[in-house]
Ligand binder design. Structure first.
Ligand code: AHM
Ligand code: MG
Length: 349
């Protein structure tokens, strides 16, 4: 039955919603599921998204900044030039220190943690980050990334925050993620309920949900490591790579290595396979940092169905002893991680 034109005018129209979900909406939806969620957590994460948008904009202009002036010099706009990693660090510190829920921050760029609102009853969280990982790649126009990890304070909130509160194993992370400044800028994060990827729409400046519920493929076709060090690595790593190359595990793997951890991991997350930064004779504990590089990536990997190890134990169970400590790091899909464990066992008999 059709409405008369008059009835059609009187009846309110049904709104159809577009499926576009921004990271802010997504965090709020996630937060509503937590009992007693106060909104502080989403406000904190919005600090990270704001800072990384500023970094993304700067990274896009990296070559131009070089033309406009070298580090330390003054460019034509009268601005003093900064190295991009220093800029990224400043943006994160700046955006996070005004969030009342942040007690303390620790960054790869700073020797010691920086106090924000520690000792205030609202400041529940500690944020740890590498502002611009792989920054040497900037000079050659290769993708870089920001990694971050969010921890809850361990002491009563009204007590002054102490440095040892940063030293928590990765299994205590409340949320973690990374931003990849690649051919597009992508934020990948997890707050313990799966892994979600958002692509920055440069036209509107919003991170838009593009990869909901990312699952790492059970098996992939690439391994990723700096093979120049292979002969200086412990035997299990040599065995694993030999097996992946020879077809011992049922197929011959190809290799891909960018030398920028976030990029190498992001490919591994989406396409499967394994990424390794093993210990070697020159670096007995590897190169990557436990707290703000390995831990957030390991958290994302596990949330997506993968695993991460230091060759001795699960990365997320390692008790840190210092803020900038390094760790051997192996992360990947379940099948390849099983091959790694097999190689570890074979070497120990
Ligand atoms: P950085 O924190 O000094 O940027 O170093 C970390 C980077 C990672 O992104 C990458 O996985 C690794 O260094 C590459 O190291 P290498 O050049 O030894 O292969
Ligand atoms: Mg780094």
């Amino acid at each position: 039955m059709h409405d008369t034109p008059e009835a059609a005018i009187e009846r309110p129209q049904k709104l159809t919603f577009s499926p576009l979900v921004t990271v802010q909406q997504h965090i709020l939806q996630e937060q509503r599921r937590f009992v007693g969620a106060s909104g502080e957590f989403s406000w904190l994460l919005s600090g990270l998204t704001l800072a990384t948008k500023l970094v993304a904009a700067k990274v896009r202009r990296a070559g131009l900044s070089d033309i406009l002036g070298a580090e330390g010099s003054t460019n034509v706009q009268g601005e003093v030039q900064q190295k991009l990693d220093v800029y990224a660090n400043d943006m994160l510190l700046h955006a996070l220190k005004v969030r009342e829920s942040v007690a303390m921050m620790a960054s790869e760029e700073d020797e010691t943690p920086l106090l924000a609102h520690g000792g205030s009853p609202t400041a529940k969280y500690i944020v740890v980050f590498d502002p611009l990982d792989g920054s040497s790649n900037i000079d050659v126009n290769v993708s870089v990334g920001t990694t971050f990890s969010i921890l809850r304070r361990t002491r009563p909130l009204d007590e002054e925050v102490t440095t040892d509160e940063v030293l928590q194993p990765g299994n205590k992370q409340v949320a973690a993620g990374y931003v990849l400044y690649g051919s597009s800028t992508m934020l990948v994060y997890s707050a313990g309920r799966g892994v979600h990827g958002f692509t920055l729409d440069p036209a509107v400046g919003a991170y838009v949900l593009s990869h909901p519920n990312i699952r790492i493929p059970s098996s992939g076709k690439y391994y990723s490591m700096n093979e120049a060090h292979l002969d200086r690595c412990p035997e299990p790593y040599q065995r694993l790579v030999a097996g992946l190359r020879s077809g011992e595990y049922g197929k011959r793997y190809d290799s891909r290595y960018i030398g920028s951890m976030v990029s190498d991991f992001h490919r591994t997350l989406l396409k499967g396979g394994i990424f390794l930064y093993p210990p070697n004779d020159l670096r007995p504990e590897g190169k990557l940092r436990l707290l703000y590089e390995a831990n957030p990536i390991a958290y994302i990997a596990e949330q997506a169905g993968g695993r991460a190890s230091d060759g001795r134990q699960r990365i997320l169970d390692v008790q840190p002893t210092s803020i900038h400590q390094r760790t051997p790091f192996v992360v990947g899909g379940p099948q390849e991680m099983q091959y790694f464990e097999k190689a570890l066992l074979a070497a120990s008999v």
